[in-house]
Design a protein around this ligand. Structure first.
Ligand SMILES: Nc1ncnc2c1ncn2[C@@H]1O[C@H](COP(=O)(O)OP(=O)(O)O)[C@@H](O)[C@H]1O
Ligand SMILES: [Mg+2]
Length: 309
């Protein structure tokens, strides 16, 4: 087992563009985290949060404005060789459209000196492309290209897989297959998987740990079960509403929405919330729980919605 973290990011910053200060985009603002080897690690955030930019820096495709990225203890920029232990898909893998899936993998395998026909067949099988492996990639759906990307990323049998939104464009059953495939890579083959997503449910279902990024900053990091599971959003309509907010605010994050209150809490807390209101002399007209969406979650942890493009 690897003792070094698979990924270690230290005070990474990326600012794009312009000599003029006003035109600069701070895509990543001083982020730090570690990905333990052998885990499936989620990088969760809405569109424009800075996920792809971070992944590009990790793969040394772009240079950080400041800070450092390490893979298995090696500085990726000063020690390029370590990228041989990495397989990646960044924003939709690129393939030759006029070649079949199998030919594409063969070409990649030959350029990267790990050619093994049996391995190509087995990868095509694992990602569910065998029946279409001889057809031109030109006719492939986004989901099929995503699967081919995954096969390509696995070609060199890497210790670390870095996948940027790997289930984008997949239908629910395709998502499910890819998720269990990714989980197996960690559980049965000891690989580390670092994957980005804007879907809370997806991260919740396959990842051990998660870093949540919003507007270029890490807003939460930790074990998925602690951060995401079991949290619900309770919508309350009550009178007087200000008194209700004051009663709850001491213990739970409360946001005023449409004349009511949205409260983020553990499911077990819900009876306590209702009791506290009733015992505090507030009339409760409605208390409805909803599963948290990513937007709700951001609102609750940052007091702020996700950034929009
Ligand atoms: N090459 C670039 N030049 C200028 N701005 C960029 C560039 N790449 C990304 N950005 C901006 O940086 C921010 C983060 O983008 P990105 O890392 O792609 O987010 P995500 O992958 O989380 O959707 C966005 O505001 C995006 O428009
Ligand atoms: Mg992206």
């Amino acid at each position: 087992m690897e003792s070094q973290p698979a990924i270690h990011i230290e005070h990474l910053v990326k600012t794009f563009g312009g000599l003029r200060k006003r035109k600069r985009i701070q895509a990543v603002r001083d982020i730090s985290f570690e990905v333990p080897a052998g885990t499936v690690y989620g990088f969760l955030g809405p569109n424009g949060a800075g996920k792809t930019t971070t992944i590009r820096m990790l793969l040394d495709l772009i240079h950080p404005t400041r800070g450092d990225a390490y893979i298995f203890g090696q500085h990726v920029h000063r020690n390029h060789g370590v990228l041989r232990r990495v397989g990646a898909i960044v924003e939709g893998a690129m393939f030759y459209n006029f070649l079949s899936a199998r030919r594409n993998l063969e070409v990649l395998a030959r350029t990267g000196d790990h050619y093994d026909a049996a391995r190509i067949d087995s990868l095509l099988e694992q990602v569910g492309l065998t029946p279409r492996a001889g057809q031109r990639v030109k006719g492939y759906s986004t989901g099929m290209k995503q699967r081919l990307g995954l096969a390509a990323a696995l070609l060199s049998d890497p210790d670390l897989l870095i996948l940027d939104e790997p289930t984008n464009g997949l239908d629910p059953s395709g998502m499910h297959e890819i998720r269990s495939f990714i989980r197996d890579l960690a559980d049965r083959q000891g690989k580390t998987v670092f994957l980005s997503s804007h879907l809370l449910g997806e991260i919740e279902q396959i990842c051990d740990r998660v870093a949540i990024i919003n507007r270029g900053q890490i807003v939460r990091e930790g074990v998925v079960a602690d951060l995401l599971a079991g949290k619900v959003q309770l919508h309350v309509e009550a009178d007087p509403i200000a008194q209700a907010a004051a009663l709850l605010n001491e213990r739970w994050p409360v946001v005023s929405v449409n004349g009511g209150l949205d409260i983020t809490a553990a499911r077990e807390d819900m009876p306590h919330i209702v009791r506290r209101l009733v015992e505090g002399g507030v009339d409760v007209y409605q208390a409805v729980s909803q599963r948290q969406t990513l937007e709700d979650y951001f609102l609750a942890v940052t007091g702020d919605g996700p950034a929009h493009d």
